[in-house]
Write a protein that binds this ligand. Structure first.
Ligand SMILES: *[C@@H]1O[C@H](CO)[C@@H](O)[C@H](O)[C@H]1NC(C)=O
Ligand SMILES: *[C@@H]1O[C@H](CO)[C@@H](O)[C@H](O)[C@H]1NC(C)=O
Length: 428
């Protein structure tokens, strides 16, 4: 019986092998195992980074985001009251006061305290004009004195003490919902009832919206033509491959289809790393790891494909590509949404090409082989830099919050009548 089992011959073989191994001195055994382990860990990465970044000042100067603030102001001024999502009553004259604005973070942020021990300069940024006017507190028991209360959507169910009543807070206090997640992750219908006054989110028409996942900041001083030419030539020749994609979430089918179509049509190398695309690279490449960036330094394009197509939902996938010197190929919200955040001629958008991706494939080939064309998509770098550092981005956001709180006009009233509809706008 035992010997008729097909596995037993294998077992027998193993036994023989192990017997042989036993005769090898244990020292040799240890040496061989150590060498193998060493090799596995230290195989040189074939794509070790060759990207030379044009210097970036991650400490964003408030002045350098003026353009986007002005654009936002224009959009805000033209909002009508009719849509029943947000109720807006423009205020009258400016209020002249020098008192401190108390901002109370009522909930945690993803179950963690935030900014509690930091100085104003660290929270709102050195260059924030209003940094001395705003005071941050993580003590929810101060809700009665608060001028602004922040509730982080994910943490509202865990709020301790539970949500206050509007009648207990200052009559003109601003209740703010903070959430940077699309409605597929958070059920915003749960929060309709609070009639929040403002939102902090990725949506351009949120009261606080800039720098959610990345930011283009105007350079203090433009790059010289010389500096730029040197850089662009080097990048053009170093980046030998076409388009790269790192993907971990395999649920969103449409973007997978786009990827496969592009790969089929393209003559330049298009590669995807992830469970649902080509393969895992030899090195386990974690998200935002050094290894990921090393791979990125060898490609000209990056597939910045969002998992959701919600209005303004443009995540770090987009900004990361710029930061590492690639041209993003965007799929997500409409192109017009991207145009509000990114400089002209800085990216490609799927909507500009036909569905079977053959036009895009042809265009990639052209850009890949023509320095003039390639350079066109990087010209913006002379005047802008892209910021992806989380701490730097947060300072910009909090400064926008503080500036806006400081400029609340007399009789101004804003509140969200339907928060859910606000977030689900143009989502698929
Ligand atoms: C490169 O592209 C530019 C701009 O489209 C074009 O004028 C030029 O002829 C192209 N060069 C080659 C070698 O194809
Ligand atoms: C905040 O919203 C409430 C309704 O929920 C409204 O009565 C109040 O006027 C709003 N305050 C501001 C400053 O917009």
């Amino acid at each position: 019986m035992l010997f008729s089992h097909p596995k037993s011959s294998i077992r027998l073989m193993w036994r023989r092998q192990i017997f042989r191994l036993r005769r090898i001195s244990p020292i040799w055994f240890v040496i061989v195992v150590t060498c193998v382990l060493f090799l596995i860990i230290h195989v040189p990465n074939p794509f070790s980074a060759r990207y030379n970044r044009i210097p970036i000042d991650q400490d964003v100067q408030w002045n350098n985001v003026r353009e986007i603030l002005e654009l936002k102001e224009d959009i805000f001024q033209s909002v009508t009251l009719s849509n029943n999502i947000k109720i807006i009553q423009q205020g009258s004259e400016k209020q002249e006061t020098n008192s401190i604005i108390l901002i109370v973070l009522y909930t945690t942020v993803f179950r963690a305290e935030k900014f509690c021990t930091l100085s104003g300069e660290r929270i709102f940024g050195e260059s924030c004009p209003a940094k001395h006017r705003c005071q941050w507190s993580c003590d929810p028991t101060k809700f009665r004195e608060a001028d602004a209360l922040i509730f982080h959507a994910y943490d509202i169910p865990f709020a301790r003490p539970s949500m206050p009543d509007r009648s207990e807070t200052k009559p003109n206090s601003v209740w703010i919902l903070w959430s940077d997640e699309p409605p597929s992750i958070i059920n915003y219908a749960l929060f309709n009832k609070y009639n929040f006054n403002w939102t902090i989110s990725y949506k351009f028409d949120s009261e606080v919206s800039i720098a959610t996942y990345g930011l283009f900041s105007k350079r203090d001083k433009s790059l010289s033509n010389n500096e730029y030419q040197q850089w662009i030539r080097k990048e053009f020749s170093n980046r030998e491959n076409g388009a790269l994609w790192f993907v971990s979430n395999c649920k969103s089918k449409r973007r997978l289809e786009l990827f496969h179509n592009l790969k089929r049509a393209s003559k330049v190398l298009v590669e995807g790393y992830g469970r649902c695309v080509d393969y895992y690279p030899l090195h386990l490449c974690g998200g935002s790891s050094r290894c990921e960036y090393d791979y990125m330094s060898n490609f000209k394009f990056y597939l910045s494909f969002e998992s959701n197509t919600c209005r303004d939902y443009i995540t770090e996938k987009f900004y990361k590509a710029f930061y590492h010197g690639l041209i993003p190929i965007a799929y997500g919200p409409d192109k017009s949404d991207y145009d509000r955040f990114a400089p002209k001629n800085s990216f490609l958008h799927i909507d500009d090409f036909d569905k079977d991706m053959s036009q895009l494939a042809t265009h990639l080939e052209e850009v890949h082989s023509n320095l003039t064309l390639f350079s066109m998509y990087h010209e913006w770098r002379k005047n802008y830099e892209v910021i992806i550092d989380g701490k730097a981005l947060e300072r910009v956001r909090m400064c926008e919050l503080c500036q806006r709180l400081m400029n609340v006009r007399k009789n101004e009233m804003i509140y969200y009548k339907n928060l859910e509809r606000f977030y689900t706008d143009k989502c698929d």
